[in-house]
Design a protein around this ligand. Structure first.
Ligand code: KG4
Ligand code: ZN
Length: 339
């Protein structure tokens, strides 16, 4: 008979306080408290994020256990995000996880947040096909933009990454220029639905074949808006859908160019995406179309596992639990954690 593995996952790397309970690869609960406070400031304020985590962490964990309908004594192990992320935020989840593991006398498992965005594909949703090794993963979030070759659960090699801003930042900073609140990525996506993607051409930045650059795009959007607003103060309001659609089209085709380069370079035709920007409708469609167009096998996460969540931390916890990859109670958070 299969062992009953219950993992509590805890995520606190940025501005979401999250907890989830996983039972034999299936999600029993997945609770996320998104901090609204940052909207007023147009971006995440680290000091405020740490304080909000302090307030949220106990209620969020209680809710995750309650929704999973289990007692904490049934937990097999505690998995937590050790890094990368904001130090003050990471410290809250790390300290809490250590204390709980010590109190319950169960194993503690440290998780790399970016690895978790990739391994979220191994959550058993009942109907999903899991990626076969080796596969390519493009992690696209507010803090990272990478193409990774995944040879096994814990053998990952970064093939290319951004040399400046992350793609989520490109969305959010462009949105800010357009007067949209933080985080602007989902709003650009929303307005893009009814706009003309070919109306305003933005040039794609040139860097290495599997690397990315987004700071030039943000500046191009700024200069473009400043120039047009001088002629017509209502330019943004009158053309918001077309600007968003054009911007999204540029970013999505840039991301697709990079995956195509990686497929060509490695010969691997199995491609997964992960991270907040994988919720974007443009990249989801482009990737789905690539199955027929290029003969790739693609993996697109369910919406709830795109942006930051603790179910992805818990699945890494379960995979590590099976290999007895535990960490000591003297572990500390690592803001710049690498694979
Ligand atoms: O993975 P995530 O929740 O946090 C980080 O680890 O950074 O990603 C957040 C990022 C934000 O930049 C947000 O604007 C972006 O994901 N995002 C989107 C969409 N949904 C979230 N960007 C474009 N289109 C979306 N639909
Ligand atoms: Zn993330």
């Amino acid at each position: 008979m299969q062992e009953n593995i219950y993992i509590l996952g805890i995520e606190s790397s940025c501005d979401d306080t999250a907890a989830a309970v996983l039972h034999n690869s299936k999600v029993r609960s997945n609770v996320v408290a998104t901090q609204k406070i940052h909207q007023e400031y147009g971006g995440v304020v680290p000091e405020l994020a740490s304080r909000a985590h302090q307030q949220n962490i106990v209620p969020v964990i209680h809710q995750a256990l309650r929704e999973a309908n289990i007692d904490k004594k049934q937990l097999s192990a505690i998995a937590f995000t050790r890094g990368p992320g904001l130090m003050g935020s990471l410290l809250v989840g790390t300290s809490f996880a250590k204390s709980l593991a010590m109190g319950l006398d169960i194993p503690l498992i440290d998780v790399n947040h970016m690895q978790a965005h990739i391994l979220a594909h191994f959550i058993d949703n009942g109907d999903n096909e899991m990626p076969q090794f080796p596969f390519l993963a493009m992690t696209i979030s507010g803090g990272h933009t990478q193409i990774v070759k995944v040879s096994s659960h814990f053998d990952m090699e970064i093939l290319g990454q951004t040399i400046d801003d992350a793609v989520g930042e490109a969305f959010d900073k462009s949105a800010k220029i357009l007067g949209l609140p933080y985080p602007g990525g989902p709003l650009i996506d929303k307005f893009a639905q009814t706009g003309n993607p070919k109306r305003f051409p933005f040039t794609k930045p040139k860097v290495g074949p599997m690397d990315f650059s987004f700071s030039g795009l943000k500046t191009a959007v700024l200069y473009f808006v400043q120039r047009e607003v001088k002629e017509n103060p209502d330019f943004v309001k009158e053309n918001l859908e077309d600007i968003c659609a054009s911007l999204q089209y540029t970013i999505v085709s840039y991301l697709m160019d990079k995956i195509k380069n990686a497929v060509k370079e490695t010969g691997i035709k199995e491609v997964a995406i992960g991270g907040g920007v994988s919720a974007n409708s443009g990249i989801r469609k482009a990737l789905r179309d690539a199955e027929e167009k290029y003969g790739w096998k693609t993996h697109i996460p369910k919406f709830e596992y795109c942006t930051d969540n603790a179910a992805m931390i818990a699945i890494v916890g379960e995979l590590k639990y099976k290999q007895q990859l535990f960490t000591g109670l003297d572990v500390s958070a690592n803001a710049r954690m690498k694979f």
